[in-house]
Design a protein around this ligand. Structure first.
Ligand code: ARG
Length: 486
């Protein structure tokens, strides 16, 4: 008997239509329509497989595929009529297709929306990871380029001379490094910038790792218990480019770990962007003055005419809130769900979409901001001239002369206080004053007060801000970023 196609969820089981409020409450097509490409790809693979196993004829399969491709074009061109009463993207597409191609009434054979939506979501996450890795790479490149622009050139000679710093043989801009936001030890601006590049690399790897576990095809799991119809799961998985098929039908339709992992990777990336943003905000303030962010990435105040605010970076910092929130939202949705599919799982989409959108907006804007940033060499040199940055070098100087570190630490602390009490810089103490503080401080104490020596003494140490190491890191990253993204 030929049956008239009807909305899948309102089958013969129902007498009346749904309550209007209930329908509005449960629809997802307003947001899950963005899965249309993945949904159509999934249906094409499923139809191809159904033809292979004899559920559809070749002709029917080809008609269905052509119909789906036409619908895809219509959606892309904004000519498709989405209907809220058809609930979600899956039923909208299937209903439109069945209206045009009667054979499409067989398309849902051996498939449930439960394995269908899980498949769509996985395909979507895989696509999203691919583009996010590109965006991350782009920001890394901007940071490496900025690190490259911290190179000291002949044009900086007068400023260096003026700074009275012993850095004539250094090729990279030095900067105070901070712990507890207190000046700690000297580093290179490039070393600092490459720290973000490392963080972002871990983010990219985390996304790739998430994509690897996402790369499992749930099709064939049906609603929760598979199907008695003889289908070929291997074929659909292969057609959709999945690494393999899921091993447990119940797990496959209820699992959203891949979405949670994606949201965690996004949240942590957001936290990294936020920390980076914070440094740029601090550095661009009058108090630090280390960098200037170009007008293109700053805004004025509506009241104070002198202001140039780092709003773009502040927003990047602020957006970490929703990235973290989205992760928590999904974890709370998942917590306590009984096996297997529950409609709560529809709540996985909006957080997922929002995090992906937030990151793919923030990453390029931040890359642009980094490109629009320049270091103020003079201010940086003035800051790094602070001799207390070398206090640890002085302690190490005593250690090299056989003094136990704790004793050396105490002696240098006393020297800092002594200098502070006399209101003079640490490097203005006389040889006699040094000797009085600790007999092992000799004439050569001045060597430890040379910035350049602090850097050079680390040349043996991988991971340190030594000129040799930072240069090799910079070169290494330049090469690495040229390689194709795996
Ligand atoms: N819109 C639903 C979701 O996103 C699709 C799956 C519906 N399945 C069901 N049994 N009602 O989760």
């Amino acid at each position: 008997m030929a049956t008239r196609p009807r909305p899948i969820s309102r089958s013969g089981r129902f007498r009346g239509g749904p309550d209007a409020d209930a329908r509005r409450f449960s629809e997802s097509v307003s947001f899950d329509r963005r899965l249309y490409r993945q949904d159509i790809a999934g249906s094409i693979a499923h139809a191809t497989m159904l033809a292979q196993v004899g559920v559809l004829t070749r002709r029917e399969r080809n008609q269905i595929v052509r119909g789906l491709k036409r619908i895809e074009r219509e959606i892309k061109n904004g000519r498709f009529q989405w209907k809220e009463e058809l609930e979600d993207v899956h039923m909208n597409i299937e209903a439109a297709l069945t209206k045009r191609i009667p054979a499409a009434a067989r398309l849902h054979t051996a498939r449930s929306r439960n394995d269908q939506v899980a498949t769509d979501m996985r395909l979507w996450v895989k696509d999203e990871v691919r583009s996010l890795k590109l965006e991350i790479r782009n920001l890394q490149q901007a940071l490496v380029d900025l690190a490259e622009r911290t190179r000291l050139t002949a044009s900086h000679r007068p400023v260096i001379l003026n700074s009275q710093l012993s850095i004539f043989n250094l090729s990279l801009l030095p900067l105070p490094g901070y712990t507890h936001l207190q000046r700690a030890q000297p580093v290179f601006a490039a070393h600092h910038l490459l720290a973000y590049v490392e963080m972002l690399q871990r983010d990219a790897e985390r996304f790739a790792d998430c994509a690897w576990r996402t790369d499992i095809c749930p099709l064939g799991s049906g609603a929760l218990a598979g199907t008695g119809i003889r289908i070929d799961r291997k074929l659909t998985a292969k057609l959709l480019g999945f690494r393999e098929s899921s091993a447990n039908s119940m797990d496959a339709v209820s699992d959203r770990d891949f979405a949670a992992e994606f949201l965690f990777a996004a949240a942590l990336t957001g936290v990294h962007l936020s920390r980076m943003a914070e440094d740029f905000i601090l550095w661009s303030s009058a108090e630090f003055g280390f960098i200037t962010i170009a007008d293109s990435h700053t805004t004025g105040s509506s009241l104070m005419p002198q202001k140039k605010n780092p709003d773009v970076v502040e927003l990047a910092r602020g957006k970490s809130g929703r990235l973290i929130g989205n992760l928590i939202s999904l974890l709370v949705v998942l917590k306590g769900l009984p096996m297997t599919y529950n409609r709560d799982l529809q709540e996985d989409k909006e957080p997922l979409f929002d995090s992906a959108d937030t990151l793919s907006a923030a990453l390029p804007v931040l890359a642009g901001m980094v490109r629009a940033t320049a270091f103020n060499v003079e201010t940086c040199l003035r800051a790094v001239r602070d001799p207390t940055l070398l206090a640890t070098e002085l302690a190490d100087h005593l250690v090299r002369r056989g003094v136990p570190f704790r004793e050396a630490h105490h002696a240098v602390g006393a020297a800092v206080r002594h200098a502070e009490d006399r209101r003079k810089p640490l490097n203005a103490l006389t040889v006699k004053e040094w000797r009085d503080i600790h007999p092992k401080f000799g004439k050569d104490v001045s060597g430890s007060l040379r910035l350049e020596n602090a850097f050079r003494s680390r040349d043996h140490l991988a991971g340190s801000p030594s000129p040799r190491y930072v240069e090799s890191q910079l070169q290494g990253w330049k090469n690495r970023l040229k390689r194709p993204i795996p």
